[in-house]
Structure formats: structure tokens, C-alpha cells
Design a binder for this molecule. Sequence first.
Ligand code: NAD
Length: 358
Amino acid sequence: MTKNVLLLPGDGIGPEVIAEAVKVLDHLRESYGLDIDTQYADIGGIAYENHGMPYPPETHKKAVAADAILLGAVGGPQWEALDYDLRPERGLLSIRAELDLYANLRPAVTFEELAGASSLKHELVAGLDIMIVRELTGGIYFGEPRGHQTLDDGERQSYNTMVYSESEIERIMHNAFQIAEKRNKRVCSVDKANVLQVSELWREVAIRVSAEYPSVSLSHMYVDNAVMQLIREPKQFDVIVTGNLFGDILSDAAAMLTGSIGMLPSASLDANGKGMYEPVHGSAPDIAGKNIANPIATILSAAMMLRYTLGFSEYADKIENAVKKVLAEGIGTGDLKAIVKTQVTTQEMGDSIVKTIV
Ligand code: NAD
């Protein structure tokens, strides 16, 4: 059955990078029979301009109806003075909350040719392929009570609550184990069970869920050690599963192992595997409209969408292999100029990937 993909180009370089992902998807449709339909909607600053709000009901309706969503980026200086609820970034938070996209997937993959762009030694990162699965809608960022108070002696105090219920832990664990089944079959659950009660429950549930996935091995690591190990020997990891706060920090650290921000895809999934896929980078207003942005993060996000939500892994492989080959030929956008032989525009990068797909 034809799958419906909603495209949300957004602001800044968003429309430019989405156009290249669409070029790749269209090619797969026309030449290889990929069975998807696409439609567009507004989100972010452009939605504010056209509809007076960053996540309009029309967009929500289409998002609910779609099988998967591919987003460019939102934001820009022209909207920074707006009220909080009207700002472009609010559109992003709204769609994640409305669709209950609680599982954030952030792969950290080093392409051989780009290993030199990492801040770590080549041999530590060459061949790196980690998937960080971060719980996105719970934990300390949302826990209650939270706030500020003034104590009797006049001193001010602030507090947040790290809280996870069993069902929240269970569902993110299922995501992690199911992803590991499709990869190297190892899950490392990161917590702080030596000092946090919430981590004790996290660990207990991880062990319980792991029994349902006999082909996948489970290990545990305290978050402080996990940060050290990511820098010391990152290739020891396959899938890392962790809560919102620890995942926020670990996924950015892992991203930096791989080089440019223009290369990093991500996904946010709901309980049924429906998801929104987007590059990790923002709308890059400094380079918008110049045809120089790197579209690979968005093209790889489209590949993730095909693999993880739409069940078209063979097409995802085609895209990922083409990206690898193009980079191996020394072709890259300006952000990679220190390591590529031939510098190309955003559109030329999309064309090169399309031409290389087999
Ligand atoms: P940014 O990621 O947009 O840009 C940071 C730097 O990386 C810039 O120098 C930019 O030119 C460069 N860069 C980013 N993507 C690139 C690409 N594909 N190719 C080449 N270079 C690239 O972050 P920022 O400057 O902090 O934020 C700009 C705007 O984006 C803000 O309005 C912010 O709120 C928004 N933002 C949106 C998202 C999102 O939509 N998911 C994420 C982060 C920031």
C-alpha cells in the first residue's frame, strides 16, 4: 500500500535541504518503484507568516494522517522577538508533543573519508556506528514538581524532579531492543543507578524487557563512565538507550565524534513506530538561500524514515550506500572543505547522490 509522507520544509536552509531529499525520494520512486506519496505543509516561521501560528491545525491534520514526516528546520532572527508561543521553535515542540514522539534516535556514524574531521584520532572513530536512543518526553525536563522558592531564611532555591514511570521506561526499552535486533544486537543502558532511585527502576525494567529479546545482549553503564568510554573507545557501543537528560548530553558528545553537523540525521518515534525525521542542525540563517548547505543530514533522515517507519530498508540501504560512495569520491559541500577534493553546491550534492544510487 502507498505510504504517505508529509514534508515540512520550514525555514532558512530547511526548504533547500528538503528539496534535495525529495530529489532522492523522487528518483527512487521513478526508477526503483518506491511506493510513497508526498505532500507539503507549513511549520515554524513560514507557518506563522502564512497562518499566524507556528503549528497550524491544517498542518496537524496532515501530520496525523501521514505515515511519516520529514522536516527541514525551523527558526530565524526575524521571529526572535515574537511571544514564546508564536515562535517557530514552538511549532517543533508542539508537533512532538501532539504526536507523542517519545523515542529520539540519533545515529553517530563516521564516514571513512570524514574521519579526519573528528576531534578524536582517526583509528578511534573510523567505522564508528552508534545509535543513541533517548527518551524524549519524560524525565527531569518534564517532571513535577519544579520551580523556584524562597526559604525562611531568605535564601533562594530551585528544583526539578527526575521521574520515570515503568510504562515510560518499558516503551523506550522496546524501541532500543528492536533497533538492536536490526543492528549488532547489543544494547547498553545508561543510568546513574548508584545514586538515583529513578535509575534503579530504569535498570530493573531494562532487565525485564531484555528477556523478550533473547538475541540481543544487555549491558549497563553509569552515565559518567559512558561519557568517558565514548571518548576513550567509542566503537565498543552498538545501541545506547538512556533517559532524556543523559541522552541530551551523550547524543551531542557522540555527534561531535563524527565531524560536521551537516551530516547528522535524527528520528522521533511514537509508540506505533510512526515518526518525524529531521536533520540535527537548525535553519542556519547565516547560509540560507546561498545553495551551499549540506543536504546529507536530511537525505540520511529520509533514509532513516524509509528504514524505521515505512519498512523500506532496501531503499534506505541504497541511499546510505550512495552517500558513502559520493563522499569516497571526495565530493562535498563547503562545510567539509577541509577534507573534500571537489566542493559542490547543495543542489549538486543532491544530484551526485541521485546519480550514484544503484
Ligand atoms: P544551526 O544548526 O542552524 O547552525 C549552526 C552552524 O552550523 C551555522 O554556522 C550554520 O551555518 C552551520 N550549519 C548548520 N547546518 C548546516 C548544513 N546543513 N550545512 C552547512 N552548515 C550548516 O544552529 P543555530 O545557528 O544555533 O540556530 C539557527 C536557527 O535554527 C535558530 O533560530 C534556532 O532556534 C534554530 N534551530 C532549529 C532546530 C530545528 O529546527 N530542529 C535545531 C536547532 C536550532
